[in-house]
Write a protein that binds this ligand. Structure first.
Ligand code: PHE
Length: 461
């Protein structure tokens, strides 16, 4: 007899776990940077509009597919239509690519947290300028750390190991339990740090810069980059929401749950902007808002070093980031484990070991990409950036496009309506139909084209 599929115990467990997946590193460093770059308030507005239309539609579709089939992406698409099973396979590759490098970054966060907790936060602001003839080169603490060998590997292994232990405990005893503790703590920390920063002297200027619409920075790229961020941030088009949907009970109102996840995700992103932009504005300048590791690991420690109580705030901040990263990496790992289990019907323990081993192998090049393997580049990108580019800029839009076309024209939206209506009336049915069939595919193609042009330097986002 087949074992019954595990499930989240109720709506709260599902919403917190899915929100845990959505709220991640992307909310904390990427969102504030994009908002600052693309016109503050106007970016926020565009983002919110896209979240309640596109984000809503895609998330509804994925969760409903998961719940309808009771399977993770590979099995789910195959069950709906054999010819379209390839979408499931494509979708399942994405978390396999993201999990290893996401854990490498999670490891960096752990290292910084350890530094701040042990009272050595100030050390992370160290930098040295080396003059060599007429070229000068600045080496920071972060550069030194990531170019090492032992430490980046150690922290990466720790991060992936914690993730896999939670996944090993299963949906209810692992993921749901952990999310129910981590997510509320995350919200409290976000609010506390954001409020603290807003009361710093001179921070108000930064708040205004963040919230006031600057129409001169608005262009079609505002919309495209908001859309790209939205997909990543809501963990869409990579089978995660299908997998989590497959663990959802039939009596949970999907539409309401999706709205709650959106509020969580956008709310934390907004708060992250409130903590980061004013702080950086006061203690650095607009130029310091650069995206990526440099903001979180170079600029912010300097801010923490300057403000009153900065050691504690720094430690709290890195706890927050770590919680966000872990709940996301757990969702990635669960999806990979679930795909393998559904496909090969093997024991969860063995599957977790296989995934752990695979992750270690795939993650090592990313962990060493700034040191030992620093010379190796793929299409001009370091390993970590390459995996990021391949998964987020290429595969995700492709999977999303196929998903929309499949649901819109092959499966037909009615199948989704029926699943949603098992638990409650589907209020935004018309909006869903129009977006999934016509609007989303067009926008997704625009995202795909612009990110390909961007990486080859033809066109800068
Ligand atoms: N949604 C997460 C974030 O905002 C990123 C993520 C992507 C998590 C893919 C899991 C899977 O950072």
């Amino acid at each position: 007899m087949e074992k019954q599929r595990s499930s989240f115990t109720g709506k709260l467990g599902f919403v917190l776990a899915a929100a845990g997946s959505a709220v991640g590193l992307g909310n904390i460093w990427r969102f504030p940077y994009l908002a600052a770059k693309y016109g503050g308030g106007i970016f926020l507005l565009v983002y919110i509009i896209l979240a309640v239309t596109f984000g809503f539609t895609l998330m509804m579709a994925e969760i409903a597919i998961g719940r309808k089939t009771g399977l993770s992406p590979v099995g789910a698409f195959a069950k709906l239509n054999k010819k379209f099973a390839f979408i499931g396979y494509l979708g399942a590759i994405i978390p396999m690519l993201i999990l290893p490098y996401y854990s490498v970054i999670g490891g960096w966060v752990m290292k910084y947290l350890a530094m701040f907790i042990s009272g050595n936060g100030a050390d992370t602001t160290w930098s040295e300028t080396i003059v060599n003839g007429d070229t000068t080169q600045t080496v920071t603490y972060f550069d030194k750390f990531v170019s090492g060998t032992g430490e980046p590997i150690l922290w990466f292994v720790l991060c992936i190991a914690i993730t896999m232990v939670v996944v090993l405990f299963g949906v209810e005893k692992g993921i749901e339990k952990v999310s129910k503790v981590m997510m509320p703590v995350l919200i409290v920390l976000s609010l506390f740090i954001a409020i603290y920063v807003m009361f710093l002297d001179g921070a108000w200027e930064g708040v205004v810069y963040y919230i006031k619409p600057d129409f001169s920075k608005f262009s079609i790229m505002t919309v495209i980059s908001a859309m790209g961020q939205l997909f990543y941030s809501m963990s869409l088009a990579m089978g995660i929401m299908i997998t989590y949907g497959s663990y959802m009970k039939k009596d949970v109102n999907i539409e309401k749950a999706v709205h709650q996840i959106e509020i969580f995700d956008t709310g934390v992103a907004f708060l992250a902007g409130l903590m980061i932009i004013p702080a950086v504005f006061v203690f650095g300048g607009e130029g310091d808002l650069a995206a990526g590791p440099s903001l979180m690991f170079k600029t912010l420690p300097k801010v923490f070093n300057t403000i009153w109580g900065g050691q504690v705030i720094g430690a709290l901040f890195f706890i927050l980031v770590l919680l966000a990263a872990l709940t996301s990496s757990i969702s990635l790992a669960e999806t990979v484990v679930s795909v393998i289990q559904d496909k090969f019907k093997i024991d969860r323990k063995i599957t977790c070991l296989i995934v752990l081993a695979g992750c270690l192998v795939l993650g090592l090049p990313s962990a060493l990409g700034y040191g030992l393997l620093g010379g190796v580049k793929i299409i001009g990108l370091q390993f970590l950036d390459f995996f990021d580019f391949l998964s987020n800029s290429i595969l995700m839009p492709i999977v999303a496009i196929f998903t929309c076309i499949f649901i819109g024209f092959i499966l037909k939206p009615k199948a989704i309506h029926e699943e949603v209506e098992i638990s409650a009336p589907f209020k935004a049915k018309k909006l869903f139909n129009v977006i999934i069939k016509y609007i989303a595919p067009v926008f997704l193609v625009a995202i795909l084209v612009s990110s390909i042009l961007d990486v080859f330097g033809i066109f800068k986002i």
